[in-house]
Design a protein around this ligand. Structure first.
Ligand code: URP
Ligand code: ZN
Ligand code: ZN
Length: 475
């Protein structure tokens, strides 16, 4: 064996137990007590620590052109930061252009990713931008052949789909063994509220929340679930943020439908209050929190936590989509010097380095179990996106994507001192975590040593996803 992690507590989605973990050729080769190292084995003492599967962040936007600019973290800086927060695989979004076959969009983005040098393993979902012709719809098949088996449609934004296109995408996905994710917000009500607010001179970040409020998101979630039922397809609601949506997912699951939901740490930890004044003591203005969907009220936050406990929420992901503070300022003055408003702020926040530390810290404080934290951050995303044949658990035969976690370590996020991405601020500034990763291994190679990224650009490999077909909410 190459590496032996000794004396820690292994945590899986089902159980925690004391064991040693051995690694050979990048794979977990044995799990047991009193495993003996070979002559050349590197031995790591994990006494008092936890041995966890690396997190799988199923929702990132690296180097993505959006809101008139490009997301600040590229495929290297973003994945480097991910590794330092215990994430060992990311699923990034490829946005299909109008008239561009999805497999061509995939090739276009993958070339950029490879050139920038991913630090950890990666795969993609295709963000559907054009299914207006049979050819465009059929280009999903080639993606599935190439190992991309999940797609995301947008019910909002200019490039979003209408309900008919959404329905056809769902039907087609069910046929070819793919999963459709959805960004669920009611575009027409959103547009109408924006028009009204702007006419009344309401331009501040708060109105971003108001125009994308609980009902705007909730209605779209209910409709998305209904469309999936009609199409006989499974559905994955991304960045779920609202109570009505949690209920729609829970009810459909109780009826036996394969409906799944993802939420993000920002919806579990922040509320719409951040759009009033920001958090000035942390150097954060209200516009720094502008993301879509925006954070909601306390009732929605409570519903999401409850959804995690009951299983209505299956996964945690970041929706990492960072923009500089100078770009967030376009909500005051646009790039061209004319007055801005809440619609001219690039949508998205950072979080790629903070997801696992956040949810593990909540587990450490007793809010959920460590097993649940591992289930929603690693095991479930692996199953839903078809990579459980190689990732998502501490199991013999799987990739040695391993995090050593010190439950006693205290960590306070300071963007300028201890974060590893390219952004000039973070909405996580000054947040204190109870416990923190002290080492991250990607396929057996140390990439985070408890302080810094110690891997190399380009270490990350493309992960092929197998076809997925879910007949029930159990998977
Ligand atoms: O604000 C966000 N989340 N920007 C990225 C695009 C999206 O809808 O996920
Ligand atoms: Zn979205
Ligand atoms: Zn997103």
């Amino acid at each position: 064996m190459d590496l032996l992690i000794k004396g820690g507590t292994v945590v899986t989605a089902k159980a925690s137990f004391k064991a040693d973990v051995a690694v050979k050729n990048g794979k977990i080769s044995a799990i047991g007590t009193n495993l003996k190292p070979g002559k050349k084995t590197e031995v790591v003492d994990a006494k008092g620590k936890m041995i966890l599967p690396g997190a799988i962040d199923g929702h990132t936007h690296l180097a993505m052109p959006f809101g008139g600019t490009i997301a600040t973290d590229d495929y290297h800086t973003g994945t480097r930061a991910a590794a330092c927060g215990g994430t060992t695989t990311v699923f990034d979004f490829v946005l299909q252009g109008v008239g561009e076959p999805m497999d061509a969009a995939l090739a276009r983005r993958d070339a950029i990713c490879k050139e920038q040098g991913p630090a950890i393993d990666y795969s993609y979902h295709i963000g559907v931008g054009d299914v207006t012709t049979p050819e465009m719809l059929a280009s999903m098949d080639e993606c599935v052949k190439q190992g991309i088996t999940s797609f995301k449609v947008f019910m909002v934004y200019d490039f979003g789909v209408d309900d008919g296109q959404f329905y056809e995408t769902l039907q087609h996905a069910a046929k070819i063994g793919a999963l459709v994710g959805v960004h669920a917000e009611n575009k027409h009500v959103n547009d109408s509220l924006i028009k009204k607010c702007l006419a009344e001179g309401k331009t501040e970040a708060w109105w971003h929340y108001v125009t994308k409020n609980e009902d705007v998101a909730g209605e779209a979630c209910v409709r998305a679930v209904n469309l999936a039922k009609m199409a006989g397809a499974s559905l994955y609601i991304v960045h779920l943020d609202n109570e009505q949506g949690v209920k729609a997912v829970a009810d459909a699951r109780a009826e036996g439908y394969p409906i799944f939901a993802e939420t993000c740490p920002q919806y579990l930890s922040l509320t719409k209050d951040v759009y009033k004044n920001g958090i000035p003591e942390n150097g954060l203005r209200a516009r720094d929190f502008v993301c879509s969907p925006p954070m909601k009220g306390k009732a929605s936050q409570d519903a999401l936590w409850n959804g995690i406990k009951t299983g209505a929420v299956s996964t945690l992901a970041t929706d990492h989509c960072p923009f500089l503070q100078s770009e967030k300022d376009w909500g005051i003055t646009k790039k061209d010097g004319t007055p801005g408003n809440f619609t001219t702020i690039p949508n998205g926040c950072a979080g790629i380095e903070n997801m696992y530390p956040y949810i593990l810290s909540e587990a450490n404080k007793g809010r959920i179990s460590f097993e649940k934290a591992v289930e929603i951050s690693a095991t479930n995303p692996a199953k839903l996106f078809g990579i459980d044949y190689c990732k998502g658990a501490i199991e013999v035969g799987l990739d040695a994507d391993i995090v050593i976690y010190d439950p006693k370590k205290k960590f306070v996020v300071k963007n300028a001192e201890n974060q590893h991405g390219a952004l000039d601020h973070t909405v996580w500034e000054n947040v204190e975590f109870k416990g923190y990763p002290v080492a991250t291994y990607s396929r057996g190679k140390l990439v985070f040593d408890g302080k810094d990224y110690v891997g190399q650009a380009g270490d990350g490999q493309f992960v092929k996803c197998k076809k997925v077909k879910f007949k029930s909410p159990e998977f």
